[in-house]
Design a protein around this ligand. Sequence first.
Ligand code: FAD
Ligand code: FES
Length: 257
Amino acid sequence: MPRKTISTFSVSEVIHLSPDTFVMHLQGVPPLPEVFAGQFAEVEVPGSPDVFLRRPLSIHAADRERGMLSFYVKTVGKGTRRLSELLPGEKVSVVYPLGNQFTLLNSGKVLLVAGGTGVAPMLMLAQSLKGAGAEPTLLIGGRSASDIHVTEAYHEAAEVLVTTEDGSAGIMGRVTDHPVLKENFDFVRICTCGPDPMMKALAVIAREKHVICEASLENTMACGFGACLCCVVKTTEGHKCVCTEGPVFDTRNLENW
Ligand SMILES: Cc1cc2nc3c(=O)[nH]c(=O)nc-3n(C[C@H](O)[C@H](O)[C@H](O)COP(=O)(O)OP(=O)(O)OC[C@H]3O[C@@H](n4cnc5c(N)ncnc54)[C@H](O)[C@@H]3O)c2cc1C
Ligand code: FES
């Protein structure tokens, strides 16, 4: 794994995809350290004296040679709201790359399942799997069409499938209702990121289909480097810190999954 660094980036652009979802593009000094799909960063919230702690965010895209790092973010509280308001040129301190990564298979069909901001690490994962020789399919679920933000880059990297609870895009229902998980299931692995109940349901399906399921957990974090223990998850080998030993876990190793 590359060593983590603390670097100051300049905001190059904040693109608002919907009233509560945005992509933040940052410009740093190239070349950036190598970043793997599933890793995350601890991002400072600048100019917000009442938000002390950095916020953990999955790395959505990284371009080492051009020095660019991007995050896909949902506004849920003070920290993410302030990030959504950043203007081009403002400085942001970022500690990265943190955590482990999804396993990169070099053959076979791999199903990536994302719910909500769980889509954040999936573009890079799909691109990496495709580059390694695997065949990624990306299944994205949301409440309605306004939650689904799929650009051409997703279609270039993977077959893209969509479910929405109100049926306004893709197949009506939850991701776990999609036929791809039921009939003719021919995937060798499931990789998922999103709400815990969704990922737990996928872990059950993976068990039934006799394939491995890797889940990226988003437990609430404080220190981000294994000191405060506030992010621990119960595994078959005892408690583990999601920030240092995750965020990606084989769901067979998670207690009660
Ligand atoms: C490894 C990791 C990767 C993540 N990647 C992304 C990402 O790519 N994009 C993204 O939008 N978010 C991501 N998150 C969640 C993100 O860190 C939180 O939404 C953010 O820290 C909230 O900060 P805030 O100041 O806006 O909200 P706060 O004021 O701190 O909290 C507002 C509300 O959000 C809830 N909340 C806080 N942290 C989390 C969390 N970790 N998970 C779920 N709910 C939370 C709180 O319980 C509260 O209800 C990730 C979290 C982890 C641990
Ligand atoms: S966030 Fe402190 S130990 Fe993981």
